[in-house]
Design a protein around this ligand. Structure first.
Ligand SMILES: Nc1ncnc2c1ncn2[C@@H]1O[C@H](COP(=O)(O)OP(=O)(O)OP(=O)(O)O)[C@@H](O)[C@H]1O
Length: 332
């Protein structure tokens, strides 16, 4: 996959007057020129391949939005370089806008008083879209996202989930090769979340759109991303496969065993510890570094007449929590 986004040693500092408390605090800061510098992004480098769908994660205040704003050309970095589809985003914002679609969960880019359909038609005209292509694309998107029931409703009357679906369509109508999604599922119910994930998966796999997904929802990541870039205090904490991340941080795995022909409280294992048990079910915990899953499973199934057995998937939420807590205290 050739890189479509290349970020090198990117830094963004925000400087603002350091206003101190006191009667003449404002005046004093003006005269002394006291400044407070926040390094929101601190020398990060990464690449995103064409057609990739990556999760861009980090705790609140980590520097995610600031990074995305530099990638979209809204902010100019303090230092470092960025190329997006061969362009420097903040240099030619108009050209860059054609290469990207963006959806920011908290606010809409649609026309508030107009029905969704009218907003889409404005976008069609703004991007000089061919009418047939427009119709086909809108038809496909309408089907995946069930837009029919609210496409003629003014944006201000839409529910959050409906509006978000409208925003996604607006961002993808002109088929930009790159889509930035900032918290696209925040505050939505499970059905709306499902629809949005389905759409994102389709435009990525079916249309080869490169997607950068910022989210605090680990279900979004589990369902959509193979690779993640995790930042904190403006620095990269982890970059790589989700599975590798789990393998690196998961120190224990659980196996749940069900039985009907014997008492599950009698189960023991040389490789795992029983953490809970009743007559019909036992949960055993083992260290995947020391014992491979098949070994534990084989041992249990060869010694007990087990009716059902499941190895629980490591929880990404736990892994990420552990990563954030273990982060180097002098990261910034
Ligand atoms: N315009 C600004 N002026 C001063 N400081 C800012 C500005 N924008 C962001 N910051 C600071 O930069 C840091 C990174 O903020 P940013 O919004 O990029 O974080 P984030 O990872 O997107 O967080 P969240 O998940 O809460 O949206 C924070 O400390 C924030 O207060």
């Amino acid at each position: 996959m050739p890189p479509i986004i290349e970020v090198s040693d990117l830094t963004k500092e925000f400087t603002r007057p350091d206003v101190r408390p006191g009667r003449f605090a404002g005046t004093r800061s003006l005269f002394t020129r006291a400044r407070k510098v926040t390094t929101a992004v601190d020398g990060i480098s990464f690449q995103i391949g064409e057609g990739e769908l990556i999760g861009f994660l980090g705790p609140n205040g980590a520097g995610k939005s600031t990074t995305i704003k530099m990638l979209t050309g809204i902010l100019v970095p303090t230092s470092g370089t960025v190329t997006v589809a061969g362009q420097v985003p903040w240099r030619d914002r108009r050209r860059n806008a054609r290469s990207i679609g963006a959806v920011f969960g908290q606010r809409t880019q649609l026309w508030y008083d107009l029905p969704l359909r009218d907003s889409f038609e404005i976008i069609r005209d703004l991007y000089s879209m061919d009418p047939a292509t427009y119709r086909t694309r809108l038809g496909e998107f309408t089907e995946i996202l069930d837009l029919d029931e609210f496409i003629d409703t003014p944006v201000r009357s839409l529910s959050l989930g409906q509006r978000m679906r409208g925003d996604l369509v607006a961002a993808m109508l002109y088929a930009p090769p790159i889509l930035y999604l900032d918290e696209p599922t925040v505050g939505l119910d499970v059905v709306a979340k499902g629809k949005i994930r389905e759409f994102v998966a389709e435009i990525n796999a079916g249309r080869r759109t490169t997607v950068i997904l910022t989210t605090h929802d680990m279900d979004d990541v589990e369902r959509l991303c193979r690779r993640v870039v995790i930042i904190d205090h403006g620095k990269i904490l982890y970059e790589g496969d989700v599975e590798m991340l789990k393998a690196q941080y998961v120190t224990s795995r659980d196996i749940v065993v069900h039985c009907t022909d014997f008492d599950a409280t009698t189960i023991t294992s040389p490789f795992a510890q029983v953490v809970s048990a009743d007559a019909f079910k036992a949960t055993l915990r083992f260290d995947p570094e020391r014992t491979a899953v098949p070994k534990v499973v084989h041992d249990l199934t060869s010694r007990y007449p087990i009716t059902d057995l499941s190895v629980l998937e490591p929880d990404l939420e736990d892994v990420i929590r552990q990563l954030y807590t273990e982060r180097t205290p002098n990261a910034r």
